[in-house]
Design a protein around this ligand. Structure first.
Ligand code: NAG
Ligand code: NAG
Ligand code: NAG
Ligand code: NAG
Length: 955
């Protein structure tokens, strides 16, 4: 098991450092894989509702109370009338979901209004584990007849977003007053906290919402248009909203506030497209509006089902919420986002956030069709919703915002993330059973987002983009407003493929089989390529790729779309020349020595290894004529080489020789996996600082050209990708102590501190982090005071990251204490903790002390039982950065904490941490020798290179 944990944790650490967007859905749940590795699956299908009774229409009255209700502040009373139908005979019990404080009354009536008697001995019961509300009848329901179920209940708002349901958050308005707002987050299984309901996606129904609140709460928004408002007693108002389309319960939402207003709007669309946020962000959402408008226009055309035709009552609102548990949530008519992603201002926003925002708005809008219009029966199929939304978040956005070059960024964001995650032994297929709530949230992870999106892109390349588009329309049209699944999707693919005869070039290829394997089998293949350069014959073989070399082969064959380029035919075409459906195969090229690269632009979901001669030809080309090889394939090679090394298929010597070309490389896509790969290694040297310093010197040597070429200043008119390259290069260089980077960052900070010269937002990350590392306690106080003053969520987040890098134990302790207050929002508490852990080598000691002294409060404030399980992650991440004496101390302390739910994970984290250090100790000399070898052979001849490779390559 420890091997698995090493792999998982290794990736997690890497994600921590790579993470530009601290918590997006796909990374948020990455940590859960630790549990997946440790726990057996929960096969208890008792979580599922029976399907003998279905809801048709919900009429829901919710009365929200804030602090004016003194005996039970921040609570709500609900009454709902649900029109239901028995779809089977002999129904004597109605089971639905409820997770509320109190059920006050339940009645059932038939269409004439006559009561149906409930069992007088026990009219209803609740089952806490499953959140079931069981209503026991004294008579039998008539199949096909409709009834009205009335439920009166009460509940309390959650504090902060993490536990979802109806929750309250806070903000400061333009006058400096602190204000409380209430809003909802129901996906995936939290509508039952707001109103008892059939809280599974397949039970689609119409919802009519009525909200009463104090009259001052005028900023009220929900899925649909307002029908009427009525004044009530006690200075209260009730807003009645028009009914929704037929949809799943998790898509219902509202926000009730005093001063949220439209902060940007486009009234030329029907419905108008509005960005809604705090009044003191008015005018700061023009960029978000442009994203929402253009992507709505795009999807209207692409799917052939315009947004305005989805339902006459639906709005097209986008809420900028100061608190949000994920990056964004696709409630129909009213999407909510973490404010971080909607308030985009080039003077205040770092490029990676601006970039991510473009994909996010598009992702959420794509869900209006894929997810809301069609919805999968159950969360086992989450990959369909999330895969399509993720695919469109990049591929569709490329059309409307070509400047972001998102088609290229897809690879590091999704494809490489998936290849890394899906190579563990505990990975799961895209389609797989989930039951318990933690499994459901766990399935909102890398496989459902990244692998599914990559699978869809690979499929589109096989069947053609036009056929893919057609299949989307067929799927949406045939299943509109209904629950659906992967079989319906396959039918839509087949319909479009047959009509277009899209697979004519691939005789004997079964699309059904391709689909079945990729959807239902875990993992992916590595393609082994063996080229006879004198004849041009290329032998191919495949096997499932595991990162651990200890895993037995499975014999699984994957259908692989084959593309390749050569020096003499470098066309990098995405159209497969064939689909390889057997264990071995062969293709040919012209005779003669030249580089050969498979998987053009790394568009398909597999890794590639080559024979030695071919690798050497590739390495030679990368060094001498790198521009001959498309940058996405240079990136692929970097990503594959690290995986080949880690899986013992390639030696460090050989791999680092291939990577030598990085010392002349400035492309973002190439550097991104390189930084990940180097980070993975250097994190294992933390306990041997001299070796780490030697390794860092090598890495910095490789980066020098990129640092010099990119410089420290944003250049007028540069592309977003260039800004992002500078961002990741400088962040890494400064972290590794690059002198120029450190000096420049410090100078920028001093100019800001002393002369109020603004720091260019695009480089704030390295400036803030470096300043806190070098600065004094008063510099920390300076940044902290700016943190309190800032009106920009992104700048605040960068400041948190900076303050986490403070070396001063007193300042760092204050920073950690700040995470226990509301000033670090719940969704940022774990981020802030992680920033501190990763900030400096010695920080872990201070953090351990802090954790020991404050564990009870941490568990409460970080909301330990919320779905991402932030306290589990915090305690595991801490272990990953402690060295031996402190690990012993941590272990001893944990032995007094066996009652905390994180105990087992933290202990496992300690053994992983030890294993990682042991790995570092065992491999440091080999790795450092490989770096020297590489440096010494920069000008070496081919023959020397070949013999060296023969000596060093693992077979
Ligand atoms: C950004 O800052 C520059 C220089 O301070 C200023 O001229 C410009 O108007 C600002 N842009 C925005 C969108 O505020
Ligand atoms: C390449 O093919 C030729 C002709 O079949 C053969 O003589 C030679 O040994 C092959 N080379 C390798 C490296 O397999
Ligand atoms: C490719 O496979 C053929 C048939 O098995 C074999 O004769 C040949 O030597 C192989 N070539 C290489 C380069 O491995
Ligand atoms: C690209 O190369 C492949 C493999 O050699 C070939 O089949 C394909 O026709 C080429 N495509 C273009 C556009 O040249």
């Amino acid at each position: 098991m420890s091997k698995i944990l090493i792999a998982v944790l290794g990736f997690m650490l890497l994600a921590l450092v790579r993470s530009d967007h601290p918590i997006s859905w796909y990374r948020e749940f990455e940590d859960i894989s630790i549990d997946e590795a440790a726990n057996t699956r929960n096969v208890d299908t008792g979580y599922r509702l029976p399907e003998n009774v279905i809801p048709h229409v919900y009429d829901i009255y919710i009365d929200l109370y804030f602090d004016e209700r003194t005996e039970n502040p921040y609570s709500y009373d609900g009454r709902e009338y649900i029109i239901i139908e028995a779809v089977e005979d002999d129904v004597t019990q109605i089971i639905l979901h409820a997770n509320v404080d109190r059920i006050n009354a339940i009645t059932l009536t038939d269409v004439t209004g006559a009561p149906i008697r409930l069992n007088p001995l026990q009219p209803y019961e609740t089952v806490e584990l499953y959140h079931f509300l069981k209503i026991n009848l004294a008579e039998t329901l008539t199949r096909g007849a409709r009834y009205t179920l009335f439920i009166d209940y009460s509940n309390t708002m959650n504090v902060g977003p993490l536990k979802r349901g109806i929750w309250r958050g806070w903000y400061t308005d333009a006058e400096g007053n602190e204000r409380i707002y209430a809003t909802t987050h129901f996906q995936p299984y939290n509508a039952r906290q707001a109103f008892p309901c059939w809280d599974e996606p397949l039970f689609k129904a119409v919802f009519k919402v009525h909200l009463s609140k104090p009259a001052g709460y005028i900023g009220t928004f929900t899925n649909t248009k307002l029908e009427s408002s009525e004044t009530l007693e006690n200075n209260r108002v009730r807003d009645n909203f028009l009914e929704t389309p037929k949809m799943s319960s998790y898509l219902v939402t509202f926000l009730v506030s005093e001063t949220f207003i439209p902060i940007a709007e486009d009234l030329t669309h029907d419905p108008p497209i509005r960005i809604i946020g705090r009044s003191n962000t008015l005018g700061l959402a023009d960029h978000a509006l442009e994203l929402a408008v253009k992507m709505t226009d795009f999807f209207d055309e692409y799917f052939g089902i315009p947004y305005s035709t989805l339902h006459p009552n639906l709005l097209n609102d986008h809420i900028s919420s100061p608190d949000w548990a994920s990056a964004g949530t696709e409630n129909w008519g009213m999407v909510s986002y973490r404010e971080l992603y909607l308030i985009i201002d080039p003077n205040e926003t770092i490029m990676s956030i601006e970039h991510y925002a473009a994909t996010l708005v598009s992702h959420e809008l794509a869900h209006k069709w894929f997810g809301n219009l069609i919805t999968c029966y159950w969360w086992s199929n989450t990959w369909i919703n999330e895969g399509y939304a993720s695919y469109f978040g990049y591929i569709a956005t490329t059309e409307m915002f070509p400047e972001y070059e998102l088609q290229d960024h897809f690879n590091s964001r999704y494809l490489q993330t998936s290849l890394a995650f899906d190579s563990g032994v505990n990975t799961v297929p895209m389609n797989h059973d989930v039951n318990a709530p933690l499994e459901v949230t766990g399935h909102f992870g890398t496989i459902s987002y990244s692998k599914a999106a990559s699978f869809l892109r690979m499929t589109a390349n096989i069947i053609s983009l036009d056929t893919f588009k057609k299949s989307c329309t067929y799927f949406l049209t045939s299943n509109a407003y209904e629950p659906t699944d992967q079989y319906d999707l396959l039918a839509a693919f087949n319909q479009a493929i047959q009509e277009d005869n899209s697979l004519a070039a691939y005789t004997g290829f079964s699309f059904d089989e391709y689909y079945r394997i990729w959807v239902n089998e875990p993992g992916f293949p590595i393609l082994n390529v063996d080229v006879n350069h004198s004849t041009g014959q290329i032998n191919l073989s495949q096997e499932r790729f595991f990162l651990s070399s200890a895993v037995e082969p499975t014999g699984q064959i994957y259908p692989i779309p084959i593309t390749f380029s050569t020096r003499r035919n470098p066309n990098f075409s995405l159209t497969p020349i064939r689909i390889m459906t057997t264990a071995t195969d062969s293709v040919s090229k012209d005779a003669g020595e030249e580089w050969v690269i498979f998987n053009n632009l790394q568009h398909a979901h597999y890794r590639v290894n080559y024979d030695e001669t071919t690798w050497i030809l590739i390495a030679e080309a990368l060094r001498t004529t790198p521009e001959e090889i498309h940058y996405l394939n240079r990136a692929q090679i970097v990503d594959d080489v690290f995986a080949l090394i880690r899986s013992d298929r390639m030696t460090y010597n050989f791999g680092f020789n291939i990577l030598r070309f990085l010392d002349r490389e400035i492309n973002y896509h190439v550097w991104d996996p390189a930084i990940s790969g180097y980070t993975w290694i250097r994190n294992r040297f933390r306990h041997i600082p001299e070796k780490q310093a030697e390794f860092d010197a090598y890495v910095l040597g490789q980066m020098e050209y990129a640092i010099t070429t990119l410089g420290y200043e944003t250049v007028e008119g540069e592309t977003p990708t260039t800004s992002m390259t500078r961002q990741i290069i400088l962040q890494f260089a400064c972290n590794l102590g690059h002198t120029g980077c450190v000096q420049n960052s410090w100078a920028k900070f001093v100019a800001w501190r002393d002369n109020n010269t603004p720091v260019d937002a695009r480089v704030r990350r390295n400036v803030y982090m470096t300043a806190m590392r070098l600065g004094t306690r008063s510099d920390f106080d300076f940044l902290l005071s700016r943190f309190y003053e800032s009106n920009y969520a992104n700048d605040q987040l960068e400041m948190l990251r900076g303050m986490g890098a403070s070396r001063d134990p007193e300042a760092l302790t204050r920073f950690l204490s700040l995470t226990l207050t509301k000033y670090v929002r719940s969704h940022d508490k774990l981020n802030a903790f992680n920033y501190a852990v990763a900030g400096n080598r010695e920080n872990a000691i201070t953090i351990l002390e802090f954790v020991k002294n404050n564990i009870d409060q941490i568990r409460v404030e970080y909301v330990e039982d919320s779905p991402p399980r932030p306290v589990h992650s915090a305690l595991v991440n801490l272990a990953a950065y402690l060295e031996e004496p402190e690990l012993v101390e941590y272990e001893e302390w944990l032995s007094t904490q066996t009652h905390i739910p994180q105990y087992a994970n933290a202990i496992a984290g300690i053994s992983t941490s030890r294993a990682n250090m042991a790995w570092g100790t065992a491999n440091a000399d080999i790795i450092l020798a490989a770096t020297k070898d590489g440096a010494a052979t920069i000008a070496v001849s081919m023959t020397v290179l070949i013999s060296m490779a023969l000596l060093s390559m693992f077979v």
